[in-house]
Design a protein around this ligand. Structure first.
Ligand code: SF4
Length: 196
């Protein structure tokens, strides 16, 4: 069972804010209040999709999401950026693997406020386990979801470190602390399983 208090303390020590909600519904309500009258870019995230944040935020913000027909460059220029993480260590490291790499780029540069929305299933005790999860759980599941011709997509059982042209793992980011140009970075923790 994830040690939420330990994680939140370690995030705080790294200059990263956090919040915790028992349910995705409560977290979505919170984000709907926090993000108002501004511009928002969203990175590929099954968590954000499951929470219904695109339609909710679009009602009172200008929201750009390539999953909803928006342009990646337009999402790169917004004030707020919203995505998830593939692995979160209780020691505070935030791990993401990306193919296009828009998500890992925007999580560290180009936005004043960054929110990472994270279900409890993404949390691991330390950095090595968080990285292992990102590579061997999240990435194969995403490759399978996307129907890629990669060895991991057959059973989504582990990473085979493939050299496939359809490989989805092309960049890795580890956030050790709030990047200095980002004014606020917040991890929104949710006590439910969400995303890959
Ligand atoms: S490197 Fe290849 S085998 Fe490993 S998770 Fe990524 S796409 Fe799958």
């Amino acid at each position: 069972m994830a040690d939420i208090e330990r994680l939140r303390k370690n995030l705080e020590d790294r200059g990263i804010r956090s919040s915790y909600f028992a349910t995705a519904q409560a977290a979505a309500d919170y984000l709907d209040r926090q993000i108002d009258g501004t511009t928002v870019g969203i990175g590929g995230s099954m968590t954000v999709k499951a929470m219904g944040l695109y339609p909710r935020l679009s009602a009172h913000n200008r929201v750009v999401w390539h999953w909803e027909g928006g342009g990646l460059e337009d999402a790169a220029g917004t004030e707020v950026y919203l995505t998830s993480a593939n692995g979160v260590a209780e020691t505070g490291e935030l791990v993401n693997i990306d193919g296009t790499c828009n998500r890992i780029a925007s999580s560290v540069y180009g936005h004043k406020r960054v929110y990472l929305v994270v279900g409890v299933n993404k949390i691991e005790p330390d950095y090595d386990r968080a990285l292992w999860r990102a590579r061997n759980v999240a990435a194969p599941k995403n490759a399978q979801r996307l129907g890629r011709k990669t060895p991991c997509a057959v059973k989504a059982d582990r990473c085979y470190d493939c050299k496939s042209p359809e490989r989805i793992c092309r960049g890795l980011s580890v956030i050790w602390g709030r990047p200095t140009p980002v004014e606020t970075m917040e991890v929104v923790l949710i006590g439910e399983e969400l995303g890959m």
